[in-house]
Design a protein around this ligand. Structure first.
Ligand code: PLI
Length: 460
């Protein structure tokens, strides 16, 4: 089968605006060449992010009507708690309004000033919370993850030799946990293997280090394990998700991705003392421990979303294969992008796309802006701008990966939207020499990619 069809039909539609090139040129100029600053209504196909952009099912919309909006003890919290316990297997659940709120609380509680936090590549908000808590992030992902042309099937894996080196250098007591992400976002949506996680568990047991999962895209990761890892072809997605979580001590989760909701998150763990402390923090920063920043109806939709994502294997197959479909079209058009294709997004390789723009002139930022002008498709920079400056030296971090992410919202766009997107990007690739680099006109201190403004650097 060339394309696995959507295992749902469309019941409600939302019109989107078709615009002219002149209109889009004015819009991106006004947005300071930053796609985060575009108005959503000016975007034709929004591939900025898969975060909070899912289409909910009829069952989720129905669940919204059953919201119990009590300040304390909402029945939707107990149902959400049960869904998380049943699907992921953790004992204790602390709800939060989204993923970074869970990261904030976890980092504050587990990290002491001067600690080291290894991780399989950084994520922007995750690393920032580790640093704000006084920790130092250390990347221990395998080298293959930094090479967009390397076809390793599990580029999210941790390199245990790198981890061993860190343990030897700073001692296990200075490492409160390893931050372990499924379908590693910044590497291109690349999965971890169960074999890697099993080995990591043994290593961490030996050294007394916790494994804290970033559970944001575990369902997508489970699909890759089912498809690629020996011994998992006959296991259900639900069983694989449960097994991943079983090797970890707890998780943070942005439920706005796999959870199929527009808002929500949680922190979960097996350790009771950690739970008690996290509950004490959540009431300071988020809200009571039976809503944590979500309304009752948000929790109802999330409980349904968590169950739906793994109820059969069809949803996730369609989801990941749709992403792959876009990737295959770009491969056919010879547009450079990260391989293997990730779960939630196709990542264009801006270094190879725009060889004539050097990294200090933000080729990925420039490419994302040009894609919008060419097509009306909104993408996201994931390169030098996202990586930020080193807090010690103040220099740009200059990451090996200089990418533009075409992120597919769940259950939102059809195959013809993918066809249109690929066609426009292939056209742009053919006239890539016309693109110019950018320079900052406004640079925020933290998470600069969200609000930075740029201007084009004049050509010769
Ligand atoms: O956006 P939040 O606060 O719900 O979640 C933060 C977050 C944590 N971990 C990972 C792996 C993420 O991808 C993530 C958020 N990602 C966004 C917003 C994205 O566009 O990918």
């Amino acid at each position: 089968m060339r394309h696995f069809p959507e295992p749902f039909r469309i019941k409600t539609v939302e019109p989107i605006k078709v615009t002219t090139r002149e209109y889009r040129e004015a819009a991106i100029r006004e947005a300071g060449y930053n796609t985060f600053l575009l108005k959503s209504e000016d975007v034709f196909i929004d591939l900025l992010t898969d975060s909070g952009t899912s289409a909910m099912s009829d069952a989720q919309w129905a669940a919204l009507q059953l919201g119990d909006e009590a300040y304390a003890g909402s029945r939707n919290f107990y149902d959400l708690e049960k869904a998380i316990q049943d699907i992921f297997g953790y004992r204790y659940v602390v709800p939060t309004h989204q993923g970074r709120a869970a990261e904030h609380i976890m980092s504050k509680l587990l990290i002491k000033a001067g600690d080291w936090v290894p991780g399989n590549m950084y994520f922007t908000t995750t690393r920032l919370h580790q640093e704000l808590a006084g920790g130092n992030f250390v990347d221990v992902i395998i080298d293959e993850a930094h090479d967009p042309t390397n076809a390793h099937p599990f580029k999210g894996n941790v390199d245990l030799a790198k981890l061993q080196k860190l343990v030897d250098r700073v001692g296990p007591d200075k490492i409160p946990y390893i931050s372990y992400e499924t379908c590693v976002n910044m590497a291109g949506g690349q999965p971890i293997s169960m074999a890697n996680l099993r080995e990591l568990r043994e290593f961490c047991d030996h050294h007394g280090i916790k494994i804290m999962l970033d559970n944001t895209r575990t369902v997508e990761n489970a699909y890759f394990i089912q498809k690629r890892e020996q011994g998992y072809a006959d296991k259900s997605i639900k069983e694989i998700v449960r097994e991943i979580c079983a090797y970890t001590d707890g998780c943070t989760c942005s439920a706005k991705k796999d959870g199929l909701v527009n808002m929500g998150g949680f922190l979960a763990m097996n350790d009771e003392d950690f739970f008690v402390e996290a509950k004490a923090q959540v009431v300071i920063y988020e809200g009571l421990h039976t809503y944590g920043g979500m309304s009752g109806r948000d929790m109802a939709a999330l409980a349904q979303g968590i169950r739906e994502a793994v109820a059969t294997d069809d949803y996730i197959k369609y989801r990941v294969e749709q992403t792959n479909y876009l990737g295959e079209l770009l491969t056919a058009g010879e547009v450079p992008h990260v391989i293997p294709h990730g779960g939630h997004a196709i990542f264009l390789d801006a270094r190879r796309f725009l060889r004539h723009i050097e990294q200090e002139q933000f080729p990925a930022q420039s490419l994302a802006a040009a894609i919008f002008v060419e097509t009306g498709v909104r993408a996201m920079e994931r390169g030098n701008v996202s990586a930020g400056r080193d807090p010690k030296t103040g220099e740009n971090r200059r990451p090996a990966l200089e990418l533009v992410r075409l992120t597919i919202p769940r259950r939102v766009y059809t195959q013809s939207h993918m066809d249109y997107t690929a066609e426009g990007i292939i056209n742009l690739y053919q006239k890539r020499e016309q693109l110019r680099g950018l320079r900052f006109v406004f640079e925020p201190k933290q998470l600069r990619f969200f609000q930075a403004r740029f201007e084009p650097i004049a050509g010769d």
